[in-house]
Design a protein around this ligand. Structure first.
Ligand code: ADP
Length: 407
């Protein structure tokens, strides 16, 4: 079965075409700069990248470009879009309405449009345009929605309720939802598999998964189920991120609005785009640039790194408390997979939780080709794993299962 995975963002549509029988990626790419000018970057394993400046005035044109490039005689990998059996979409926010991956129907589109748009205004609009584009160019191909929020549906009420009047929960659905669920699910399942090989009962494991990218979140996964996570009502909550604040004293928000004269919308943009590591370092939201600045002796860059490590360490400690212990910590995503200094600094001092790393294994984690790299020290009772995430594969698998009627 061939499954096309679509991740439609505000100015880009990323895609991956899977052959599910072989679990192979046939092609992947990105339609960038939608609404600005437009560029299509198309990658086929074993071939040079194909890059084309194609005008992309909207998401419908982006989907059309994906159709064109996948079926292109020279750069394509299929003859016709009829060879694609299903499309899986990454959807950021399903609110309380979607807690499982779902086949697209007119009713599903209506709920996404009318109920989920307000919950994630930056994401839901582009998702709907991506679905609309697929309906336009592949009207007979079944589409499935896979939600970032779904994995966290198992959080207990005491973890997801905020201390606001109950009527706001009823009226506005204000509660913690959590995000990056597809990634937390994938890496926690892999970690659970590794722990099972060590004789642990997978229904009783206590794992903290750290998804650290431009957006970052941490989850407490007990017996394979999410029981708490750092992001909340929106992906702005939790630890410090590239350009997002993470958690703040809520009074800071009204204080800045009052003093700077921001509208609520401007404040929301400010907290998403002008804060986080970018604000503390004064250099960049990108960890690679922060690392370069640290190496050059920049103190603010080092401070940004320290704030992030301290945040992560505190979440690990609090989630170990929430789960009554800790069997493994998992690092994943751009920073988690690629930054040994950060991993060392985070785990340093957690010996009281019986967890420590082997510095050599940690430094060389990238060299191992294993899907689960154990970087724990020999006497560490809890394990520390580096596990590259693969959200697209989870989306493709869910899509395949739903279309085959297995789910
Ligand atoms: P997103 O959240 O947008 O999916 P990623 O998971 O790619 O982002 O993470 C982006 C972050 O990871 C950036 O701070 C970047 O510097 C860092 N990063 C990504 N790849 C590498 C790498 N190969 N080496 C070091 N840092 C990396």
């Amino acid at each position: 079965m061939y499954v096309l995975v679509i991740n439609a963002g505000s100015s880009s549509v990323k895609y991956q075409l899977f052959d599910m029988d072989k679990k192979d990626v046939l092609a992947k790419g990105n339609c960038e700069r939608i609404g600005i000018d437009g560029r299509v970057i198309h990658k086929v394993p074993g071939k040079p990248d194909f890059i084309s400046d194609t005008p992309l005035p909207d998401h419908s044109h982006a989907i059309k470009s994906i159709v064109d490039v996948l079926t292109n005689k020279e750069h394509g990998v299929i003859n016709s879009m009829n060879e694609i059996n299903a499309i899986g979409h990454r959807i950021v926010h399903g609110g309380p309405y979607f807690t499982e991956s779902t086949l697209v129907t007119p009713d599903v589109i209506k709920i996404l449009d009318e109920k989920c748009r307000d919950l994630a205004p930056l994401h839901t609009g582009p998702h709907l345009m991506g679905i609309g584009g697929c309906l336009e160019y592949m009207p007979n191909t079944p589409q499935v929605l896979v939600f970032d929020t779904a994995f966290h549906k198992t959080m207990p009420k005491h973890a997801y309720l905020y201390p606001v009047p109950r009527e706001y929960y009823d009226k506005y659905k204000i509660r913690k939802y959590g995000f990056h669920g597809t990634s937390h699910k994938y890496v926690s399942e892999r970690a659970n598999g590794a722990l099972e090989k060590l004789g642990k009962n997978p229904d009783e494991t206590r794992i903290v998964t750290c998804h650290l990218g431009n957006g970052s979140s941490i989850a407490a996964v007990k017996g394979g189920k999410s029981i708490d996570t750092s992001m909340g009502f929106t992906p702005l909550d939790g630890l410090i991120m590239g350009s997002r604040t993470g958690a703040l004293d809520p009074a800071i928000v009204t204080y800045i609005i009052d003093n700077e004269g921001f509208t609520p919308k401007q404040m929301y943009e400010f907290m998403n785009k002008n804060c986080g590591l970018l604000a503390v370092s004064g250099i960049s939201s990108d960890m690679r640039e922060i690392e370069d600045a640290i190496a050059a002796g920049n103190e603010n860059a080092k401070l940004a790194f320290d704030v992030l490590c301290y945040d992560i360490k505190k979440f690990i400690g609090s989630y170990a408390a929430a789960m009554g212990g800790l069997d493994a910590v998992v690092f994943t995503a751009g920073i988690g997979e690629n930054n040994p200094d950060l991993r060392e600094s985070v785990i340093d001092g957690l010996q009281f939780l019986n967890i420590s790393i082997n510095k050599e294994k940690n430094k060389n984690a990238k060299k191992y080709k294993d899907p689960v790299v154990d970087i724990s020290s020999e006497n560490s009772i809890g394990k520390v794993y580096v596990i590259p995430t693969d959200e697209e594969l989870v989306i493709a698998s869910d899509t395949e299962n739903i279309v085959k009627g297995l789910k």
